[in-house]
Design a binder for this molecule. Structure first.
Ligand code: CUA
Length: 181
């Protein structure tokens, strides 16, 4: 450490230390491999989810979610009486994030595909499906759409994993996957 200026004014003309060159090459090579893997993971394997994103006003999104819940509600769950919604297979389904809940509970059919819409009414939240390897940021003003096809039945918990204030750890939701009729 030094608090005086370097002796050579034009210090960047000095030869670079050999170990530093090696580390730069290793890091650059790895970065290029990962750069190529990003699109490859979309095509092969199920590592990266392909999504669409649209701008939307939070109140417009809320109105769509309310209409969706109204139309396909089949019950209520928990002390907050969160609606349980069972939309038809292949349709557009909505999950809304707000301080501090995921709304509503979705009941989906195993093996069927759905267009899942995600957005927030207030701050940034993190949509993490347990124990699946699905982890998406949810922003206010952005309607993010991912196509999902549940492969296992059961209850899947949703936790928020972007810190969103005092109730962050209580922000839990659920997707229930049921076997088809
Ligand atoms: Cu929502 Cu943390």
């Amino acid at each position: 450490m030094s608090i005086t200026p370097p002796e050579q004014k034009v210090w960047f003309n000095e030869p670079v230390e050999k170990t530093e060159v090696i580390w730069v090459i290793i890091a650059l090579t790895w970065a290029l491999i990962m750069f190529a893997m990003m699109p490859l993971w979309h095509l092969k394997g199920t590592q990266n989810m392909s999504n669409e994103a649209y701008r939307i006003q939070p109140d417009v999104y809320q109105a769509r979610v309310d209409a969706f819940v109204e139309k396909f509600k089949v019950g209520e769950e928990g002390h907050a009486k969160t609606p349980v919604v069972r939309p038809p297979a292949g349709s557009d389904v909505y999950m809304m994030a707000r301080l501090w809940e995921w709304y509503p509970v979705l009941e989906l059919e195993k093996g069927k595909s759905y267009r899942l819409h995600l957005s927030s009414l207030d701050w940034q939240h993190g949509f993490s499906v347990q124990p699946a390897n699905i982890n998406l940021q949810v922003h206010p003003g952005i309607d993010e759409v991912v196509t999902i096809t549940p492969t296992d039945s059961g209850d899947f918990g949703i936790i928020c994993n972007e810190y969103c204030g005092i109730g962050h750890h209580t922000m839990l939701g659920k997707i229930r996957v049921v076997a088809g009729k």
